[in-house]
Design a protein around this ligand. Structure first.
Ligand code: DGJ
Length: 706
């Protein structure tokens, strides 16, 4: 290593290069697969590692601080670089210092060699004589030069999560920003791809995947402009409303940004993230996720004990492993018959459920399945005993209206007594009913009056950070105190899908939109970042598609049902049973195998979005293969485009060219077809595309012959 040069790369050489200039400033001289922008140029032309307010302000700063005493400027010089070993690779701390004021800043990194992943964050340590205010604190501020970049990002809103947008970055700032504090990822989810040169494809192109591990509002800004066509990304919490006062001696840490590079297209960034997330990020990443039967779409609030028990009978008959009782089971004086009452009153509604939760959990156990329960612990309806007793427990400002959304208000988790109430409520349920082994943790509105009378005046402007931290504290406490209970993270669907929250949760509810045609596109998008085992996918009547198609789509992720089982025809029941059987026989592949996106539902390089239907190909196929390449399961979908072109064949991936495989059609209701082919054949020529009609699916099981 040259003196003054710092390289932070994974073992395959991808990552950052920084260099210290003669004046002590730290410049970024590369971030990429081979991070080098050419030697010999004066370092002053290279972007700063962390641009601050007070340095060359023709670009947005990554750090803006008002120092104790009022100085608004920060100039950082290099103060040291320490390395240590952690279980995945090296941990680096690059220390910077504002000599004039004594502010210390460190850039933290962890490389994960085997997985090709880098984590990055920023810390500000207040070494000054009194409080400072941090207005901007990016987790990462990587920069690039003179190269076309294509941004792929996702979001949309309720039932529109994971809409894919891909665009070439042009001069100016592309700003992805989310708000509301509770369901921010409905608007913009905290994952993106940057492709360099041309839009990347599955197997070609230089591409960077980024994931911001932050459960609150996010901001990812991509600023392309001078000097010299420089592109700068600022990734972190949304700074608006995140202006944090840091007391003397305290440290403020940004969220963590997770990066994965690939020189050979998106398949590799996905593999890297999936492997790393399962091993290091999501809760119990190696535990198989159950096949779930949920009652929400089947009953909404209109159920009773008898109805639920008969659904459990059907769940067991179909082979599901867990029955999940959704919203509507609670409320005493304000029963939850609708969404306008009862939230906060977590006592069972004995009118609907005379035997209580205990009887339901026992009924599930008698049928050999597990029992799960829905909660929305951060919320309260004004029509509730909780609100009557504690009207001051909600997020509000005295003397101002409290705006309701879905007839509910948000509990102010910044108050310690509210956090305690939430943990005790959940804990009370779990302790009283050991039969509950799964919780769906929902949150169905945003904060509209950010601020808390419980916080001092100088902490109001940092409310989004306070709230996000308080929420994580509650989540972590529940996860830690009840380690055996599985948790699904839901916020009106996929309103919370970040890697910070997934430390405490086993999966996310991908979207309330379960129309399988839309789900092919959503799951396709999500699969670029999140492994299939964390993406809840249920068969419902949404979209009125054939049940066999719904099954085939849901089976490619964490499979389950949300169906009125009493309304299933015999044929549909048969299909569901067969689907569970096939899923369970291949669960290890879907939930643990290597994902291969084989036929894209999007045309390459098109601006893809729900409105851009012209950008859709009409077909999609993906597979999961075992790491030893001896088994695979392949899913093919013909979507609803009338007259949409169909591919001639699906060339497979993840097999051994030298081996011979048995290829068997296994989709419920599909033809009884078995063939034999070599891995080379299956990967070169592929499987003939068997689908012609819209909304049909094929599934193949591919296994090495003995
Ligand atoms: C929103 C969730 O996304 C749904 O799945 C369901 O749980 C409802 N909330 C219940 O109110």
């Amino acid at each position: 290593m040259d003196e003054g040069r710092i390289e932070i790369t994974t073992e395959d050489g991808a990552g950052y290069r920084f260099e210290v200039a003669d004046d002590g400033r730290l410049h970024q001289t590369g971030f990429g697969i081979r991070p080098s922008w050419g030697d010999g140029l004066p370092l002053s032309v290279f972007p700063l590692a962390l641009p601050t307010w007070g340095e060359g302000l023709t670009r947005a700063p990554a750090l803006r601080v008002t120092h104790h005493g009022g100085d608004p400027l920060t100039r950082l010089t290099f103060a040291g670089h320490e390395r240590s070993v952690h279980r995945g690779g090296l941990a680096h701390t690059v220390r910077l210092r504002d000599e004039a004021r004594g502010l210390e800043v460190s850039l933290g990194f962890r490389t994960w060699d085997g997985d090709g992943v880098i984590e990055q964050w920023t810390e500000v340590h207040n070494g000054e004589g009194g409080p400072i205010t941090v207005y901007e604190l990016a987790a990462a501020a990587p920069a690039w030069w003179g190269i076309d970049a294509w941004l792929t990002h996702h979001g949309g809103g309720w039932a529109e999560e994971w809409q894919t947008h891909e665009e070439r970055l042009i001069p100016g700032t592309k700003l992805l920003q989310s708000w509301g504090g509770v369901r921010p990822h409905l608007q913009v989810n905290p994952f993106f791809l940057l492709s360099f040169g041309d839009p990347s494809t599955e197997l070609a192109g230089e591409v960077l995947a980024g994931a911001l591990a932050w459960g609150g509002n996010v901001r990812m800004a991509f600023e392309l402009g001078n000097p010299m066509g420089q592109l700068r990304a600022l990734c972190g919490w949304n700074p608006v409303g995140s202006e944090v006062v840091v007391e003397a001696g305290d440290t403020l840490r940004s969220p963590t940004m997770v990066w994965a590079w690939s020189a050979s297209g998106r398949a590799q960034t996905s593999h890297r993230l999936h492997r790393w997330i399962c091993a290091n990020s999501v809760r119990d990443g190696d535990r198989p996720r159950p096949v779930v039967m949920n009652n929400w779409e089947a009953t909404f609030f209109g159920f009773d004990q008898q109805k639920l028990v008969s659904m459990m009978d059907d769940a067991a008959d179909l082979g599901a492993e867990l029955f999940l009782l959704d919203d509507g089971w609670f409320g005493d004086r304000h029963p939850r018959d609708n969404d306008d009452a009862g939230l906060g009153d977590w006592m069972v509604d004995r009118r609907k459920l005379p035997g209580g939760i205990g009887a339901l959990a026992a009924a599930a156990e008698e049928r050999g399945i597990r029992f799960g329960l829905w909660v929305e612990p951060e919320m309260v309806n004004p029509r509730s005993e909780l609100y009557e007793a504690h009207p001051d427990w909600v997020v509000h400002q005295p003397g101002r209206d409290r705006r309701e959304e879905r007839q509910q208000l948000v509990l102010d988790l910044c108050r310690p007594e509210v956090r305690e109430f939430v943990v005790d409520t959940i804990g009370g349920l779990l302790d009283a009913h050991p039969g509950i082994s799964y919780l769906k943790w929902d949150a169905n509105r945003d904060v509209s009056e950010p601020g808390s009378p419980a916080l001092p005046a100088d902490r109001q402007s940092g409310y989004w950070v306070e709230l996000a931290r308080a929420t994580q504290e509650v989540m972590s406490e529940v996860a830690t105190r009840w380690p055996d209970v599985e948790l699904m993270l839901c916020a009106s669907g996929g309103g919370r899908v970040d890697l910070q929250s997934l430390r405490w949760f086993h999966e996310v509810w991908t979207s309330d939109n379960t129309d399988p045609v839309d789900r092919v596109l959503m799951q396709w998008a999500a699969s670029h970042f999140l492994p299939a085992r964390v993406l809840g996918a249920h068969v419902t009547r949404w979209g009125e598609r054939p049940v066999e198609f719904g099954c085939a789509v849901a089976m490619s992720a964490r499979f389950g049902f949300d169906l009125d089982t009493a309304g299933l025809s015999d044929q549909e029941r048969q299909v569901c049973r067969a689907a569970v059987e096939v899923y369970l026989a291949h669960r290890d592949l879907v939930q643990d195998g290597d994902l291969h996106r084989l036929v894209s539902p999007w045309r390459v390089g098109a601006v893809t979005s729900k409105d851009g239907e012209a950008a859709r190909t009409g077909s999609a196929a993906l597979s999961y293969s075992s790491p030893d390449r001896r088994r695979s399961i392949v899913f093919a979908y013909q979507l609803d485009e009338p007259g949409g072109a169909t591919p001639a064949a699906v060339p497979l991936r993840g097999l051994d060219p030298e081996l011979t495989y048995e290829v068997r059609r296994v989709e419920p209701g599909g033809p009884d077809e078995v063939a034999t082919a070599t891995g080379a054949d299956l990967m070169d020529r592929g499987l003939d595309w068997p689908l012609t009609a819209p909304v049909t699916a094929a599934i193949w099981s591919v296994t090495v012959t003995a």
